[in-house]
Design a binder for this molecule. Structure first.
Ligand code: G3I
Length: 380
């Protein structure tokens, strides 16, 4: 149900008036109109939940999530090293809480991630002597992992990042243990197992640096191969870990178009915009690490206004792009809630102060939130 532009304007004015009238009695976190309501006719708005959210200890965070988001993804608790730390020993406690929270609040629930070379426990790939397992054993372990995890949440988790980060920036296949031991059938098998476990859950391929031409072409090729083999893939996740100069917005747009042309749901799955300098070439390769250097932490004492203004504009430019493709984009998810708990503070250098998300360290919506909400009015 799409509203017209005049109705939207009225809605926004009404929201602001409501906020003004009720502000005497409300807490600061309740004063901003909601992102999820503003974008309700466009795409769902998601955020990644951490341990404090899943166990309900971060109560201020929980309030913000309920207010602004209608989609959630598990930041860490469903990764294989957490959910199956030893063979056949599953730790579902945190993931159960995550799913229960989403259900209780009627949210779109995303499982992240079934098959990822990183954060996979060592046992997955080796036998008791530490030698690589055979192809058959590897396939069986993968099948068992996927059937057990997806099966547990059948009918409750709406979509799964089935395979994460399997293609390199040049389009070649990443030489992971899954690839090395099973060969290039492993992605197809992962999707088939996930489909077997829950035929109604949406199944996604998810990756970073999706604006790179090589990766774009590699992912297109992969999805075409899966489609030709009759394997169900429903969507492509473009992670969206961005900087101020990277990625180029027109290259990002080319990838949205290329993926939409495959009849895929396109999703922005892990968006954040870092303001910190990167030691080396920018990437989201999680295994990178570097020694702390003061000069690489320029905003520890606060953010200059001009830098903040440029950062806001970049968010606005990207959300405008997403609005332009709202017929193809089904979800935009931020990778975390506040600047206090973003992975960006500790990667690839531990202990820095970054500002990549929409809510500040005091759980306040940044001014950009209202600007993103306002953007929807001009796009009805
Ligand atoms: O919870 C433990 C804590 O008990 C321990 O004291 C501390 C000491 O190192 O580690 C804590 O765990 C950390 C965990 O984040 C929770 O904060 C892990 O070390 C750390 O490796 C882990 O990092 C996560 C990273 O993936 C690796 O799994 C980040 O939170 C998470 O944001 C990041 O997310 C990835 C996506 O899954 C895939 N795409 C890239 C994205 C960013 O790297």
């Amino acid at each position: 149900m799409k509203t017209n532009r005049r109705e939207s304007k009225m809605w926004f004015i009404t929201m602001l008036l409501t906020v003004a009238v009720t502000s005497c009695n409300s807490t600061a976190t309740e004063q901003t109109p909601s992102l999820k309501d503003a974008y309700q006719n466009k795409f769902v708005i998601g955020t990644a939940l951490n341990k404090g959210h899943n166990y309900g200890t971060d109560t201020l965070g929980i309030n913000l999530i309920k207010q602004h988001f209608n989609s959630i993804v598990a930041e860490n608790c469903m990764k294989s090293m957490h959910i199956q730390p030893s063979e056949g020993v599953f730790f579902f406690d945190e993931a159960d809480k995550f799913v229960e929270f989403g259900e209780a609040n009627n949210m779109n629930i995303i499982g992240h991630t079934l098959i990822w070379h990183s954060q996979a426990p060592d046992w997955f790939f080796v036998d008791e002597e530490g030698a690589d397992v055979t192809r058959e054993v590897m396939i069986e372990r993968m099948r068992n992992h996927i059937l057990t995890v997806v099966g547990r949440y059948k009918g409750r988790v709406d979509g799964w990042d089935v395979v994460n980060e399997a293609i390199m920036d040049d389009g070649s296949w990443r030489n992971t243990k899954f690839y090395e031991i099973i060969g290039d059938e492993y992605i197809k098998l992962a999707f088939q197992f996930a489909n077997e476990a829950d035929p109604d859950a949406e199944l996604y391929y998810n990756d970073y640096a999706m604006s790179a031409e090589g990766k774009r072409n590699g992912v297109v090729e992969l999805v075409k191969q899966l489609q030709a083999a009759g394997v169900r893939v429903d969507g492509i996740g473009m992670q969206g870990h961005m900087g101020m100069d990277y990625p180029d917005i027109s290259e990002f747009e080319k990838s949205i178009k290329a993926f939409a042309d495959l009849h895929m749901n396109v999703m922005i799955t892990e968006m954040d915009i870092t303001l910190l300098p990167f030691p080396g070439e920018e990437t989201a390769e999680v295994s990178l690490s570097a020694e702390y250097q003061e000069k690489m932490n320029p905003y520890a004492a606060g953010l200059p206004d001009d830098i903040n203004a440029a950062w806001e504009q970049r968010y606005i430019d990207y959300f405008q792009l997403f609005l332009n493709y709202s017929d193809n984009i089904s979800r935009v998810t931020l990778w975390g809630l506040t600047d206090a708990d973003t992975w960006r503070n500790d990667w690839p250098m531990v202990g820095r102060t970054d500002y990549p998300l929409l809510f500040d360290r005091d759980y306040q919506a940044k001014p950009v939130v209202d600007k993103l909400i306002e953007l929807t009015i001009n796009n009805e």
